[in-house]
Design a protein around this ligand. Structure first.
Ligand code: NDP
Length: 297
């Protein structure tokens, strides 16, 4: 039987609707509009697309957005000066620097410069640490938390399940592990994390009740790597050549969808799975930052 599709577009629309309501309430009750600053350094075409989507989503939900485009040759010191200004700006509750920055700018220096209270991407060590120890007053990292919400809204409870995460990046794999393993409602899973050093990967992936693929390799997860009835979450976004498409390319995930969908019980498509959830959580985090700033004033 074919897997049920976990529809990230539909689920993110529900979450975005809740965010839009929260924005209206902040305006009515406190006369404050949540504000997100997005910094783009250089001309990376993919980054431009991502920034454009985030700004558009802000507009749709009533969030104020400030797009700051800096030339590729901007020094690290000047980028940090811009961040400092935004840290002090009362109209800005969230700050996001679109990665990757040009090679002469250190990601770590940029992340460290952001006030943790405005770190809506949840990259700052303070927020990563809070998440790891289960505190809920920081932010949740956008993509991994988007996966948690997809599961919750699809009626999949990770408690007691074996979750296998493919990939250990700081933005997806590691925080995914940290969220899944929490002793908390909607988590409480037994987690295995696999990476390029894992020997006999298939032996682990085949044990997964919930398999989360985040390795950045097109169609890497094949049918024989998946247990019958597993829930498969595909975080990957990979552009591959496709002469039959108008643009000459198309997006695929890290999972070979055609092979795996007949075996899985539920599966996320690419596009339209995890991707829209990432932006939905970013918007949620911006509202959370705004509420925290009102509470602290
Ligand atoms: P990274 O390249 O930072 O990390 C990839 C991870 O996969 C690494 O831990 C790497 O291991 C591991 N890996 C690579 N090859 C293999 C292999 N053959 N076997 C086992 N493990 C392997 O990628 P990201 O985490 O940033 O992104 C992963 C994917 O998710 C990408 O396709 C990206 O585009 C997508 N993505 C999607 C988002 C969304 O909104 N949907 C948001 C962010 C990312 P090692 O550590 O040993 O090198």
């Amino acid at each position: 039987m074919a897997a049920a599709i976990i529809d990230g577009n539909a689920i993110s629309a529900i979450i975005n609707g809740e965010t839009a309501t929260a924005v209206s309430e902040l305006l009515t009750k406190h006369n404050v509009r949540p504000g997100l600053a997005v910094i783009l350094i250089g001309e990376n075409p993919a980054s431009k697309v991502y920034v454009g989507r985030k700004v558009k989503k802000c507009e749709e939900l009533g969030i104020f957005s400030k797009k700051i485009e800096l030339p590729a040759e901007t020094s690290e010191k000047d980028v940090i000066a811009v961040i400092d200004g935004l840290n002090k700006d009362p109209h800005i509750h969230g700050i996001l620097v679109q990665f990757p920055p040009p090679a002469h700018i250190s990601e770590k220096a940029v992340i460290d410069a952001i006030d943790p209270r405005k770190d809506v991407d949840c990259f700052h060590p303070v927020n990563i640490g809070k998440m790891l120890i289960g505190e809920r007053d920081g932010f949740f990292p956008c993509t991994p938390y988007g996966v948690m919400l997809l599961l919750e809204k699809s009626g999949v409870n990770p408690a007691g399940k074996h979750v296998v995460v493919l990939g250990r990046s700081n933005i997806v794999g590691k925080p995914m592990m940290a969220l899944m393993v929490q002793k908390a409602k909607g988590a409480d899973a037994t987690v295995t994390v696999c990476h390029s050093g894992t020997k006999d990967l298939k032996a682990f992936t085949r044990q997964a009740d919930i398999l989360v693929a985040a390795i950045g390799k097109p169609c890497f997860v094949k049918a024989e790597m998946v247990k019958e009835g597993a829930v498969v979450i595909d975080v990957g976004i990979n552009k591959i050549a496709d002469p039959s498409s108008k643009t000459g390319s198309r997006l695929v995930g890290d999972v070979d969808y055609d092979q795996v969908a007949p075996i899985a019980s539920m599966i996320t498509p690419v596009p339209g799975g995890v991707g829209p959830m990432t932006i939905a959580v970013l918007m949620q985090n911006t509202v959370k930052a705004c509420k925290a700033s009102i509470a602290a004033s």
